[in-house]
Design a protein around this ligand. Structure first.
Ligand SMILES: O=P(O)(O)OC[C@H]1O[C@](O)(CO)[C@@H](O)[C@@H]1O
Length: 570
């Protein structure tokens, strides 16, 4: 955690703080009027009936992603007002400031340069006297050398055997991106290598993973930006003990552990060899780090060439975000639509529904990206907001969702804008199953938008008593995104699309999307509580609920331990 002297914060705050509150801006007030007088009465069926080109005009396309936002509760007037709001919030300048390396992470006084991680090697970006692109490329080349050795079987374990299993130990941004990418790009993965991910400090996670793994062919990649995260260090310590016990030699650690971190000293203290360390920089936020060395497991799985293709996809979307007019800028459109539903329709959540088995971890990845970034109620000026910020992002593989929570999307009482994501071509075809999959995606967005009225239900011969139950009101908004195919490149474009949508929202809400102070208190309390759970003599000074829970836990665990001892003795 960085604690900054107040003086350090003066300059950036002065530059970026918005003097006029969001709700005082003229575009905000125009949107309020627009909502009150017109938009809250919008009916998608009527909007489509009035304009037979709507399904083609309210679309945008860039770097291989086709975005259809016509099934949203908007008109071209709404979109124009939203873009006006984005401009009044200074979005174009803020985009430039981020790409330039200004310290836009105000509360930590840091640049935000994940976009530099995917810049082509031929470019330069000098920040604080350092060419960050050159530094990035240097680490990438080391990662490539290492990945090639592991993939080709040249990197040998302690007993001289090649690596067959790679265990990524990390949590949050040091886990979710690599895990999501591994799932998404399985068809690109090396046949002889299996990746595993351990994040949870629940011992079951590590035990389940190592059970049956051949230690002599297993490599652990310990990923932690700070190298102080309790869960990761605890799991890495357990993994090291397991390895040493299995192979009977402390020296084995050098061939079976690599570290990815910004905190080289701490990783060395842990026992990771300097040669086995891959660094990155404090200007890469954890949830924005899958294109840094945190992506080492991804690179080992899919190979350096595919990893570079993924970086190119990210970069293509970065450039689009930086240069396209706001009106046709995919991340801006997506971000401003979220602002529209959150702040004017009062939507509290946003569903992400990929129609792709391989994108099944995308919603989990996006939960951290969106909510750790924008789940805040204090503006960069240090004042509480008087409007809502991040909605709850949630979702699952769309087809599975249809048989689980879509009932609520269609007939529940809450408005839940949906992002449908589909592919024109499957990674691997199986008969006509892809057509069936995509038919479902198109059908769901159509059903949500247009529903089915009582007359239609009656015409189907439905008994009168059931009619109200079988009516679909429709008018439920969604975006549909089509990618040609799921490739390393297109995955990069998709993830960068959401990164920049989150940025857009954060700029409008005038919050720092790049800190995460809200995770600290729980961590501090857990440390103290862990001591109390281990040492039952420690006095308890919590509230009465927490004290009672701890006492109950102590009693249960003591009883279980005594029973286990009795069983052993018998
Ligand atoms: O990579 P680290 O430093 O272990 O942090 C892991 C995760 O923990 C968090 O700091 C939240 O506690 C995330 O922002 C981060 O991605």
């Amino acid at each position: 955690m960085t604690t900054l002297p107040a003086a350090d914060l003066q300059l950036p705050l002065f530059v970026y703080a918005q003097r006029e509150s969001l709700t005082g801006k003229s575009a905000w007030r125009s949107l309020q009027e627009h909502y009150r007088d017109r938009a809250r009465h919008f009916q998608l069926a009527r909007l489509f009936a009035a304009d037979d080109k709507r399904g083609e005009s309210l679309t945008a396309e860039a770097v291989g992603i086709y975005l259809d936002y016509s099934k949203n509760l908007v008109t071209s007037e709404t979109m124009a007002l939203l873009m006006q709001l984005a401009r009044q919030c200074g979005l174009p300048d803020r985009i430039e400031a981020m790409f330039r390396g200004d310290r836009i992470n105000l509360t930590e006084n840091r640049s935000v340069l994940h976009t530099a991680l995917r810049k082509p090697a031929s470019e330069r970006l000098v920040v604080d006297g350092q060419d960050v692109v050159a530094e990035v490329q240097q680490v990438l080349r080391r990662m490539e050398g290492f990945a090639r050795q592991v993939r080709s079987g040249q990197w040998l374990g302690h007993t001289g055997l090649p690596i067959r299993h790679v265990v990524n130990i990390g949590i949050g941004g040091s886990d979710l991106g690599p895990m999501m990418a591994y799932e998404a790009l399985r068809p690109y993965s090396h046949d002889d290598l299996t990746l595993h991910f351990v994040s949870d400090v629940d011992g079951a996670a590590m035990l389940d993973t190592v059970r049956g793994l051949p230690a002599e062919q297993t490599l652990f990649i310990v990923c932690s930006k700070t190298f102080t995260t309790l869960e990761t260090i605890t799991n890495a310590t357990a993994a090291r003990a397991w390895l040493v016990q299995q192979l009977g030699a402390e020296e084995a650690v050098a061939r079976h552990f690599v570290g990815v971190t910004t905190n080289i000293e701490e990783a060395q203290r842990f026992g990771i060899d300097a040669d086995n360390m891959f660094g990155f920089w404090d200007w890469v936020g954890g949830r924005y780090s899958m294109t840094s060395a945190i992506g080492l497991s991804t690179m080992v799985a899919i190979g350096p060439e595919h990893f570079r293709a993924m970086l190119e996809g990210f970069h293509a979307m970065d450039e689009h975000f930086r240069s396209a007019p706001l009106e046709s800028n995919l991340p801006v459109i997506l971000g401003m639509l979220t602002v529209w539903y959150t702040n004017f329709f009062g939507a509290a959540s946003q569903a992400v529904l990929p129609y792709s088995q391989h994108l099944k971890r995308l919603p989990a990845y996006l939960q951290q990206l969106t909510m750790e970034s924008n789940g805040k109620h204090i503006t960069v000026n240090g004042e509480p907001v008087d409007y809502q910020t991040s909605p709850v992002y949630w979702g699952d593989n769309g087809i599975n969702g249809q048989h689980s929570f879509y009932q609520m999307l269609h007939q529940g009482t809450q408005l839940v804008p949906c992002d449908f994501i589909g592919l024109c071509q499957p990674q691997q075809a199986l008969g006509q199953q892809h057509e069936l999959l995509m038919a479902n995606m198109f059908a769901q967005s159509e059903a949500l938008a247009f529903g089915k009225d009582a007359d239609q239900v009656r015409q189907e011969g439905t008994p009168e008593a059931l009619v109200p139950h079988r009516v679909f009101e429709g008018n439920r908004p969604s975006n549909s995104m089509l990618l040609q195919q799921l490739t390393p490149y297109s995955l990069g474009t998709l993830v960068a699309l959401y990164e920049h949508s989150v940025f857009t929202q954060g700029v409008v809400w005038n919050i720092d999307s790049f800190d995460q102070w809200g995770v600290e208190l729980g961590k501090q309390l857990a440390k103290r509580t862990a001591r109390e759970l281990i040492d039952h003599q420690q006095p308890l000074h919590h509230d009465s609920s927490t004290n009672a829970l701890i006492r109950r836990y102590r009693a249960c665990s003591t009883a279980t331990q005594s029973a286990a001892r009795r069983q052993q003795a018998a």
